[in-house]
Design a protein around this ligand. Structure first.
Ligand SMILES: Nc1ncnc2c1ncn2[C@@H]1O[C@H](COP(=O)(O)OP(=O)(O)O)[C@@H](O)[C@H]1O
Ligand SMILES: [Mg+2]
Length: 553
């Protein structure tokens, strides 16, 4: 670098800059360190991570997205990998670790090419071609299923949960996930849509995971609002109100002059009459259960209790919407509109006490378009991790139902795609060929890491896997960690949705390419150079030693 004798200041004082190969190397190193941290969690024998936040909160998890979120990394390149995990999680809900591992591996391979003087743009271009081809290969590999094929969907759910600590109960949870998704699935303009936002997941510590259940309806996290109300209503007729059952208070302070006890009584009587009319109206509609998004006056509660109507107040709007979808009721803006047609049905509404909490269960709706899963487990950590894993399961079942396309797991699709990519690379030729071959090798990191994490010899496994995939009929061979051998993963029922594998390719390639295109890092944070990978920027920043609290990146 040649310096001018008279310095021209362009950047703020304290700003730093790294350029060219240095910038690339730093970024790649940072990304690699993050990948190293997370790769040990991949696959059924992957380990869990215990993450302790600045506040001392402990999270024990195997979930890639959660680990990345809680890692609280500082280096900008490392943060981009956090983004990979996030986008993978948002788009498809599973495959987060795989995406980060692939991104890290793509960068590692890119570094080797950079060392061989292959220009970054050539690598990026080669990676782009390779990823497009990989998507096509995966698509051609995939197998069609029927959307109602409960058995296969259950296997998809089980594969995703096999890698988690709840794997002991994965059969039970797989059934819950499959039934829940199929219950909310809809055909819309020739397409199948399974909106998993319609599946409410509630978790409560206690009992065992096997006690987790699917409710064909909604669990409302509120108690019944009056002690004299029935705790249980069979053949419920449910009214949903988005209106106060109270006397409207005026916006401004109004003064009422009351000059005699008689007037006072009339005034109170007036209020009482209004509340009585509202509750009479509810009773007349035939409702025996009322859920209200707003408050209910004590006197109104008293009237409702006398009429043997069960009521709960101050519900969240999302619960109200789910209740409407589950019971078929219409949400009403005023008690004036309540009528028999606006009511919904459920076989049973009851208050259930779990630990110290009381909840209202709306059970056995006829054809609920929203359902609830109650997750139980021995401790707070167990139910938290079960909830995360169950979310993955719901996502993969949704993916499989909507696309009706599946592939095998255990690294089989990655190994097969790698093989076909190598054939393709030869056809492309030139320097890009090197990049495409590097991409193929990076894909093989998936079976390799699964094997490594299961204590198998990665080299033996890779040699064997490659020789198997030389034959077209062996395309589904992957690493079966249960036996420690190479096996046909389809035959072994290790099945994943195509969408997850395709998204892995997309998210990882995007992140790797973006990092490779950077040849200049300018940081106005101060310090002489970019900080050590995954760590804090050195010096000059004493203000933020602990970094941001987790979840704020
Ligand atoms: N029995 C099995 N043998 C080998 N691999 C498996 C088995 N069950 C699941 N897998 C694989 O584990 C990988 C997923 O691991 P996981 O830790 O959940 O990471 P991710 O966050 O990427 O989903 C997938 O490639 C999946 O096919
Ligand atoms: Mg997974």
């Amino acid at each position: 670098m040649s310096e001018a004798t008279v310095p021209v200041l362009i950047l703020k004082e304290g700003a730093s800059r790294t350029r060219g190969r240095d910038a690339q190397r730093n970024n790649i190193l940072a990304a690699k360190v993050v990948t190293e941290t997370i790769r040990t969690t991949l696959g059924p024998q992957g380990m869990d991570k215990m993450l302790v936040s600045g506040m001392g909160d402990v999270v024990i998890t195997n979930d890639g997205a959660t680990i990345m979120k809680e890692l609280d990394v500082q280096h900008p390149a490392a943060k981009m990998l956090v983004e990979v995990a996030k986008s993978q999680d948002n788009e498809v809900g599973d495959g987060t670790t795989t995406a980060v591992v692939l991104a890290g591996e793509l960068l590692t391979k890119a570094e080797k090419l950079l060392d061989q003087e292959v220009h970054p743009t050539v690598i990026v271009e080669g990676y782009k071609k390779a990823s497009e081809k990989a998507l096509e290969i995966l698509q051609n590999l995939s197998v069609d299923i029927q959307p109602e094929d409960e058995k296969t969907l259950g296997l998809v759910a089980m594969t995703s949960m096999a890698t988690k600590s709840l794997s002991e109960s994965k059969g039970h949870f797989a059934t819950l996930a499959t039934k829940a998704v199929l219950q909310v699935m809809e055909h819309r303009d020739g397409k199948i849509v399974a909106d998993i936002d319609r599946i409410k997941v509630v978790k409560k510590k206690g009992e065992s995971m096997e006690q987790s259940e699917l409710i064909r309806g909604v669990i409302v996290d509120k108690e019944i609002s009056h002690p004299q109300m029935p705790k249980q209503v069979k053949n419920a007729k449910i009214g949903l109100l988005n209106a106060k059952l109270e006397i409207e208070k005026t916006e401004f302070d109004a003064k009422i002059n009351i000059n005699s006890p008689d007037q006072m009584k009339r005034f109170l009587d007036e209020e009482e009459t209004m509340l009585r009319e509202m509750t009479d109206k509810i009773e007349k509609s035939g409702a025996n259960v009322v859920f209200c998004e707003k408050g209910i006056d004590d006197l109104a509660l008293h009237f409702l209790a006398k009429k043997n109507i069960l009521a709960a107040k101050n519900l969240s709007s999302s619960d109200m919407e789910k209740l409407a979808k589950a019971t078929g009721a219409t949400i009403l803006a005023s008690t004036k509109d309540i009528s028999a047609e606006a009511l919904g049905d459920a076989k049973l509404v009851e208050e259930v006490k779990i630990g110290d909490d009381k909840l209202v269960y709306v059970r056995d709706c006829r054809d609920p378009r929203a359902v609830t899963v109650m997750i139980r487990g021995g401790s707070e950590h167990v139910v938290d991790e079960a909830e995360r894993s169950f979310h993955d399961a719901l996502c993969v079942v949704r993916n499989a139902v909507e696309d009706r396309k599946i592939v095998a797991g255990g690294g089989a699709p990655e190994a097969e795609t790698a093989k076909q990519l190598r054939d393709y690379a030869v056809k492309v030729g030139g320097r890009e060929q090197l990049a495409i071959e590097a991409y193929a090798e990076a894909l093989e990191a998936v079976p390799l890491t699964i094997a490594e994490n299961a204590g198998l010899d990665p080299i033996d496994i890779m040699v064997e896997l490659r020789s198997k995939h030389a034959e077209p009929q062996n395309k589904w061979f992957g690493v079966q960690v249960k036996t420690g051998k190479i096996a046909d993963m389809f035959a072994d029922n290790v099945i994943e949705p195509l969408r997850v594998k395709q998204q892995v390719v997309k998210s990882a390639t995007e992140a790797a390419s973006m990092l490779l295109r950077i040849d200049d890092v300018v940081s106005s944070k101060g310090g002489k150079e970019m900080g050590p990978p995954g760590g804090m920027p050195p010096g000059g920043m004493g203000g933020m030693p602990g970094g941001m609290p987790p979840g704020m990146m």
